[in-house]
Design a protein around this ligand. Structure first.
Ligand code: SF4
Ligand code: ZN
Length: 306
């Protein structure tokens, strides 16, 4: 049952509705070409498992598509090990090519250790800041090594409007300009294009899709999630949506208008926030600055061996 659209569905009709909705996004924004190696960024949570399941099914009808999966293991005790288990069960059962990229292997430390070092050094960052910067970095690098022509992420409408509001509060219009369904191809050849097939799908709908397809076998919450601003905004938006259904769709339309106005003002860039015209002088990855954000953070943490 979708209260925002005022429609109620049985299982079969829900899946048809879901498929129509996602395919409309794929067509409208031309997210994929006829020949693609799609690497799906998977956390093992319900949204990304749904995306992997959905794109695998769709790829059976598109001969030029190959679908692989990439999980970034940040190293969060009491959380990530459970989602990895679910991920491994799925990829092995479906014979999907996959990689697990670990913070520990790339940076020498898990996220838990990084958070501890940051605290000891008195750095002002929240765990999600380290997590987001290092995850985007590792995702781009590993997907490129896997031969990806595109990375699909499971950001849904709820994620998008939460990020939109967070950036409105920060008055950060450059970040808002990057909230379209496609990032890239940008200006750097080592940057892999990123797309969001669930851009117009509510989180509630990806949850129903996951439940129907047996992908939702438990709910784990990252122990750091409640420290983030996003957590409060998410709760606030869910309450608002309860009171006046359709608020999230209105916010998406507001975001799309903002992007159009920013586009007309020449402020829309095609890459993501880590990408830019530079090649990081330390690690050689694409960067918005002469030294990339991941290396800047590693320097501040004192975990970069030069
Ligand atoms: Fe990373 Fe924050 Fe998400 Fe946890 S809640 S996985 S720390 S971004
Ligand atoms: Zn770097």
């Amino acid at each position: 049952m979708s209260r925002a659209s005022g429609m109620a569905f049985c299982e079969k009709h829900f899946l048809e509705y879901f498929d129509r909705k996602v395919r409309r996004t794929l067509r409208r924004y031309k997210l994929f070409g006829p020949e693609e190696k799609i690497v799906v960024a998977v956390s093992g949570g319900k949204d990304s498992m749904s995306l992997l399941h959905y794109l695998l099914r769709l790829s059976k009808r598109v001969p030029g598509w190959r679908v692989a999966a990439l999980l970034v293991d940040e190293g969060i005790r009491g959380y990530r090990e459970y989602t990895i288990e679910r991920f491994l069960r799925f990829v092995e059962e479906h014979g999907v090519e996959y990689r697990i990229a670990r913070f520990r292997d790339e940076f020498g430390y898990t996220l838990d250790e990084i958070v501890k070092i940051g605290k000891e050094r008195g750095l002002p960052y929240l765990p999600c800041t380290y997590c987001g910067v290092f995850r985007r970095y590792l995702m781009n690098k590993t997907a490129r090594e896997m031969g990806a022509t595109v990375v699909a992420t499971a950001h849904n409408l709820d994620d998008l409007v939460q990020t939109y509001l967070m950036n409105v509060f920060n008055n950060d219009w450059d970040k808002i300009a990057r909230l379209g369904p496609i990032s890239g191809p940008g200006t750097h050849p080592r940057f892999v294009r990123k797309v969001k097939p669930f851009y117009e799908v509510l989180e509630k709908e990806t949850t129903i899709y996951a439940v129907i397809n047996g992908l939702y076998t438990g709910f784990e919450e990252c122990p750091y999630a409640r420290l983030s601003v996003r957590w409060y905004i998410r709760r606030m938006l869910n309450e608002l949506e309860e009171r006046s259904p359709g608020v999230k769709y209105s916010l998406l339309r507001s975001l799309q208008t903002a992007i159009r106005i920013l586009e007309e003002a020449g402020r829309v860039k095609t890459g993501d926030e880590e990408e830019g015209p530079y090649t990081c002088a330390i690690c050689g990855e694409p960067s918005a600055h002469p030294i990339c954000r991941a290396c800047q953070l590693r320097l501040e943490l004192g975990i970069l061996k030069l």
